[in-house]
Ligand binder design. Structure first.
Ligand code: AMP
Ligand code: MG
Length: 516
């Protein structure tokens, strides 16, 4: 395995002079050198061949014992220079100070055959100077969830970090799943995740909070050149780059709302400057439509990061970033302009996606109200978000019927109570379609934005239960189905079901915590 590394972040930016691995505050530096802690018996559980090939790793390489050793942190390839990066963040609305890569270790930045940059990061490879009181490890269930969901997001067309590999360590990791005073050993695992850049809003917030303005400027200039080269040379480069961050975030949020994804922990340290979905933890997929739903029990009371609040929270997070960057701008107007661009981009993309979800080819202003009415009905009738739109795809506009929606509801009585209102909505919708597209064009448009298969928590949980027993078949099958989320696939009905009753209140399915 010979990869071409260009470790720009480490080369260009100041690092921590201390090289011993113990927990500490690190100031005036953006990274610390750290070695992954070896594990007893690495075993490859899942692989993304597409990511491997983009990086330049062959099928022969991935099948070798050395591959599992390297991506479990037991061996380094030529050119790898492991570091943990230093960042802060606002957690649940409050400034939390220094956080940093407590269980992520960047191995280096690979330049792929296509010239693109791919930073390789191991999650769960042991403690770093930023681990605080935690162990730097990750359990199989959370690692499998990150692996499955990040690859599924890519297939869904949602900007995301990718995952190269999922490797069991052979070590046990102790976790208290629901913070209920019941710690238990669980199998450990490591994901190698991949992105052009893992820079977060919090990377900028930390030096700003400490008054390290020269360091902040250095990091900003570095990011502009490495991650936003298309703006180099522009007189207002900084303004344009900030605007681009805001626009990418706006597009990301519109995608999350399109597919029904709830991140669960939208702290500023979990938001990527590239507008990628980052840090898969207690995330979830909307099933019965409810804007107030969150899978994260840690957030059950405040519901700060509930599905319907995500667009506002992203704006709040961007305001934190703007505040951190204010010393870089003599005139603050470009920062305000960027925040406005966030709202415009989100609103435009969200309206476009909603029109697509309904199959409307030439959107009109009145369509927003039509979509809002549907969402209110979906909430009242407890309709499954994903299955409702797939059912609408099959609608006969000449004779609209409520019946096909029935199977998508989680509550027969609530559905029946909404039947007249649903029928009235369908009549208006059918009329609206009548003046718009031919059925075939409409279905095609709907099939492009309404997935049939999404990594519902209980599907991931079934793969986890089997993998913990040594059976990898369900994980492989789930991975394969999620590669083509918009195409109806033979024998995949089980993956396009609404949540079964057993999963309603089970840990890992409807209840998740940050304990991972
Ligand atoms: P998260 O809530 O996963 O975004 O994590 C917030 C912070 O806690 C980050 O700085 C993580 O690196 C750190 N962290 C989370 N879990 C662990 C762990 N098991 N060991 C060390 N650091 C952790
Ligand atoms: Mg995080």
């Amino acid at each position: 395995m010979q990869l071409h590394f260009d470790n720009a972040f480490r080369r260009a930016l100041p690092g921590d002079p201390e090289t011993a691995n113990y927990t500490r505050p690190v100031s005036a530096a953006l990274w610390s050198e750290v070695q992954p802690t070896p594990v007893p018996s690495p075993r490859l559980l899942a692989l993304s061949p597409a990511v491997a090939s983009a990086i330049g790793i062959t099928a022969e390489d991935t099948a070798s014992a050395r591959f599992a050793e390297v991506f479990a942190g037991n061996a380094l390839l030529d050119g790898m220079q492991p570091i943990a990066s230093n960042y802060g963040g606002h957690q649940f609305g409050h400034w939390a100070g220094q956080l940093g890569d407590g269980r992520a270790i960047s191995l280096g930045e690979v330049i792929g055959a296509d010239g693109r940059r791919h930073e390789l990061q191991l999650k769960g490879a042991g403690p770093t100077p930023y681990s605080r009181r935690a162990d730097g490890r990750a359990v199989l269930r959370s690692s499998l969830r990150e692996f499955i969901c990040s690859e599924a997001m890519h297939a869904l067309g949602v900007p995301t970090t990718r995952a190269l590999s999922l490797i069991a360590t052979g070590d046990a990791v102790v976790r208290d799943i629901l913070y209920a005073g019941d710690p238990k050993p669980e199998p450990g695992a490591i994901v190698c995740r991949v992105a052009p850049s893992f820079l977060r809003f919090g990377h900028f917030e930390l030096p700003a909070s400490r008054g390290e303005y020269a360091l902040l400027r250095q990091l900003w200039d570095f990011m502009c050149v490495r991650d936003f080269p298309e703006y180099e040379g522009a007189a207002d480069r900084d303004a344009q780059v900030f605007r681009a961050i805001c626009e990418r975030t706006g597009l990301l949020l519109a995608h999350w709302m399109r597919v029904g994804f709830v991140h669960g922990v939208m702290n500023t340290d979990n938001l990527s400057v590239l507008g990628l979905t980052l840090d898969y933890g207690p995330y979830g997929w909307l099933e019965d439509f409810d804007p107030a739903w969150t899978p994260n029990i840690t957030d059950a009371e405040g519901r700060r990061y509930a599905f319907g609040r995500q667009p506002q929270i992203a704006h709040w997070n961007l305001s934190c970033l703007a505040g951190a960057l204010s010393s870089l701008f003599a005139d603050q107007e470009p920062l305000r302009d960027g925040l406005r661009a966030y709202a415009e981009t989100f609103n435009r993309a969200h309206a476009e996606f909603n029109a697509g979800k309904l199959g409307l080819l030439a959107p009109r202003d009145a369509d927003t109200a039509l979509a809002q009415r549907l969402y209110a009905l979906m909430h009242a009738a407890q309709l499954d978000f994903t299955l409702t739109f797939r059912a609408l795809m099959g609608l006969d506009a000449a004779a609209p019927s409520v019946d096909p929606l029935r199977a998508a509801s989680y509550a027969a009585a609530a559905f029946e109570a909404q039947r007249p209102a649903l029928a009235a909505w369908l009549t208006d919708y059918a009329q609206r379609l009548d003046s718009d597209a031919a059925p075939a064009a409409r279905r095609e448009r709907m099939a492009a934005v309404n997935p049939l298969y999404v990594p519902r928590n209980w599907l991931a949980q079934q793969a986890i239960d089997a993998a913990e027993q040594g059976d990898l078949a369900p994980l492989q099958r789930l991975q394969t189905v999620l590669e083509r989320p918009y195409d109806e696939q033979p024998d995949a009905e089980a993956y396009a079901q609404k949540r079964p009753d057993w999963a309603r209140h089970r840990a890992g399915c409807s209840m998740l915590s940050c304990s991972s």
